[in-house]
Design a protein around this ligand. Structure first.
Ligand code: SF4
Length: 105
């Protein structure tokens, strides 16, 4: 479980620069830099997306699945970092987001 800061303020799950989802999925097959990753759990505000994976409190640990196996924090497609940051100000879709904590092995 990972502490998650998120600056994607136009995502429906974002609250006070944190994420209200209980789990997220980061994509980054064959990524060699942070810009080649993205948060596939992004959903634009106003999409009416379900609340089933949401918590009342955004300031909590989050289960992060991740396909960026070239990252030093990736362990069997789970993120092992204590704290990560997801970025993407003005994101319109998931490809506009990235994991800025990605470190290539
Ligand atoms: S820090 Fe690395 S393993 Fe963790 S979510 Fe970001 S890219 Fe994936």
């Amino acid at each position: 479980m990972t502490k998650l800061d998120c600056s994607v303020i136009n995502c429906t799950y974002n609250s006070d620069n944190s994420c209200k989802r209980n789990d997220i999925k980061v994509e980054g097959n064959e990524a060699h830099m942070a810009s080649e990753t993205n948060c596939s759990s992004f959903a634009p505000k106003g999409c009416g997306c379900g609340a089933s994976n949401m918590s009342e409190c955004a300031k909590k640990d989050t289960d992060v699945s991740c396909s960026a196996t070239s990252c030093i924090y990736n362990e069997a497609k789970k993120c092992s970092a204590n704290h990560i940051g997801i970025a993407g100000t003005d994101a319109g879709n998931s490809s506009d987001t990235l994991c800025r904590s990605f470190v290539c092995q």
